[in-house]
Ligand binder design. Sequence first.
Ligand code: URA
Length: 226
Amino acid sequence: MNAHFTTDLSPTSNSTISAPVTLIDHPLVQHKLSLMRSKDASTSTFRTLLNELSMLMAYEVTRDMTMQTVEIETPLETMQAKVIDGKKLVFVSILRAGNGILEGMLSVVPSARVGHVGLYRDAATLEAVEYYFKMPQDMQERDIIVVDPMLATGNSAIAAIDRLKKLNPKSIKFVCLLTCPEGISALQAAHPDVPIFTAAIDRQLNDHGYILPGLGDAGDRIFGTR
Ligand code: URA
């Protein structure tokens, strides 16, 4: 059973009720995440584990997808069978680390569409600056799952969701591997309607915007750039 939090985790929170934060506490998820956190995990191990974890998280985040009933023929008789309803889901990757989550999610939902938002963190202000934005068509008819391994300051997630909301999608969810109270508070304050799915809520942010104890720079660890 996953843990659900429906209120802001910040000590300074007001009483606004936000969409839930779901902590995906399945033992397989927790075990793989611990292996990924170790500084000794190689790039290839890190990537493999992220791929596996992303499949498991996709399973959780798509749990409430709308279904419809259609008639099919089994080899023995006709039956009313459930299939996923509506336009294809969109996974939106916040570049570049979000791409590390895409492969696993797409192996579980292969027909999903994919959008990309390119944002970089200004080193001085930690604010998100957009440099790329490409989405599928008919976004107003689609459900969006935004993926980024780390919800740290929340600036990238907030900027990406600000932009996505202008396309009037049916719904938006946010999935990360790791977050912290500061990241959750910031995202909930900006977008209280967006549910958050995470495999861990760590202790805090440091002065450089990194999550502690965390796993370091997710992009560098996925792509072996350090
Ligand atoms: N981005 C990362 O890759 N790691 C952190 O700890 C915070 C933001």
